[in-house]
Ligand binder design. Structure first.
Ligand code: C2E
Ligand code: MG
Ligand code: MG
Ligand code: MG
Length: 275
C-alpha cells in the first residue's frame, strides 16, 4: 500500500534510541510471554558432602526453554527480569517447580535439601513470605529441607527490612544461605547481624586454593569463622579434584561444581540419586 512510514533524516539519533527502547520492550514482552507459557524451568546441581561425595542436596538454577533460542542461561535473562520487575515471578515459578520436581524424584526416606535463589527485590516487602508459605503447602515440601540463597546485594539497600524478611522466612522453618561470599561487600558485620545458616564461598575464591598467594589464608579464615559461628560452608565452583584435599583440611563440609556434576534437568534427578 501507500502507508509507509518515512522517517525524516534529521531524526536519525531519535530513531537509534527508540530502536533500543523498542528492543527492550520486545525482550520484556518475550519474557512475560515465556513466563505465561511456563518456559522457565529449574535445573538441579548436586551439593555434595566433600568427605564421601554423597549428595546432600541440590541447588535449583533457572533455565529458559525458549521456543526459538533454545536453552537460555540466567546470564541472559536475570538482568532483564530485574529491570522490568518480572524477576520475582521467575524466582517463584522456579521455586514452586523445583519443590514439586524434587519431591517427585526423591525416594521415600531420602531427604536431599533444595537450595533456591532469591533476587534482592524480594527483600523490600513481605510478599515473598506468603508466597513461600503457599509454595510449601501446595507442594507438600518439607520447609526444613528448603534453603533460600541470597547475596549481600539483598541486604545493603534496606538492612532493617531485609533482616525482618529473613526472620519471617526462618519462621516458616526454612534456612538461609549467603551466596557468592567474597565477591560483594563481604562485611563481617553482616555475618554477625543476619541469621545465616549456610555460607557459600564464591568460586573465584575456591579456585585460588593451593595456589601461592593470600587467598588460601582468606578462605581458611572464612571457613574457620563460619564454623565457629555455627554455619555450614559450601565451596562453589569445584572444577578439579585437586581442590578437595585443601577444602577437607580446612573444614569445609559441602562442595558444588562441575567436578561432581553440572546442573541437570529434572529427568536426570532420579538417576543421580540412585548413583
Ligand atoms: P549462583 O547462585 O552463584 O549459582 C552458581 C552458578 O555457578 C550457576 O550458574 C552454576 O551453573 C555455576 N557453576 C556451578 N559449578 C560450577 C563450576 O564448577 N564451574 C563454573 N564455571 N561454574 C559453575 P548459572 O546456572 O548460570 O547461574 C548463574 C547465576 O544466575 C546464579 O549464580 C544466580 O545468581 C543466578 N540465578 C540462577 N537461577 C536463578 C533463579 O532462579 N533466580 C535468581 N534470582 N537468580 C538465579
Ligand atoms: Mg545460588
Ligand atoms: Mg553462588
Ligand atoms: Mg553467582
Amino acid at each position: 500500500g501507500t502507508s509507509h512510514v518515512v522517517m525524516p533524516n534529521a531524526n536519525c539519533d531519535e530513531i537509534g534510541s527508540s530502536g533500543a527502547a523498542l528492543e527492550w520492550l520486545l525482550r520484556e514482552y518475550d519474557l512475560e510471554r515465556g513466563l505465561a507459557a511456563c518456559e522457565f524451568v529449574p535445573f538441579f546441581q548436586p551439593i555434595v558432602m566433600i568427605e564421601d561425595r554423597s549428595i546432600a542436596g541440590f541447588e535449583a538454577l533457572a533455565r529458559w526453554r525458549h521456543p526459538e533460542r533454545g536453552l537460555v542461561p540466567p546470564s541472559e535473562f536475570i538482568d532483564l527480569g530485574e529491570r522490568c520487575g518480572l524477576i520475582r515471578h521467575i524466582d517463584l515459578a522456579i521455586i514452586a517447580e523445583a519443590c514439586r520436581l524434587l519431591r517427585q524424584a526423591t525416594p521415600v526416606g531420602a531427604t536431599p535439601f533444595l537450595s533456591v535463589n532469591l533476587s534482592a527485590q524480594h527483600f523490600t516487602d513481605f510478599g515473598v513470605v506468603a508466597s513461600l508459605s503457599k509454595i510449601l503447602s501446595d507442594t507438600g515440601f518439607d520447609p526444613a529441607h528448603l534453603k533460600v540463597e541470597l547475596t549481600e546485594t539483598a541486604l545493603v539497600q534496606d538492612p532493617r527490612k531485609a533482616h525482618e524478611v529473613l526472620t519471617q522466612i526462618k519462621g516458616l522453618g526454612v534456612t538461609i544461605a549467603l551466596d557468592d561470599f567474597g565477591t560483594g561487600y563481604s562485611s563481617l558485620s553482616y555475618l554477625h547481624s543476619f541469621p545465616f545458616d549456610v555460607l557459600k564461598i564464591d568460586q573465584s575464591f575456591v579456585r585460588q586454593l593451593g595456589k601461592p598467594g593470600r587467598t588460601h589464608d582468606i578462605v581458611e579464615t572464612i571457613i574457620m569463622l563460619a564454623n565457629r559461628m555455627g554455619m555450614l560452608v559450601v565451596a562453589e565452583g569445584i572444577e578439579t579434584p585437586d581442590l578437595i584435599p585443601p577444602l577437607q583440611q580446612l573444614g569445609c563440609t559441602f562442595g558444588q561444581g562441575y567436578h561432581y556434576s553440572r546442573p541437570v534437568p529434572a529427568s536426570e534427578l532420579a538417576g543421580l540419586l540412585a548413583r
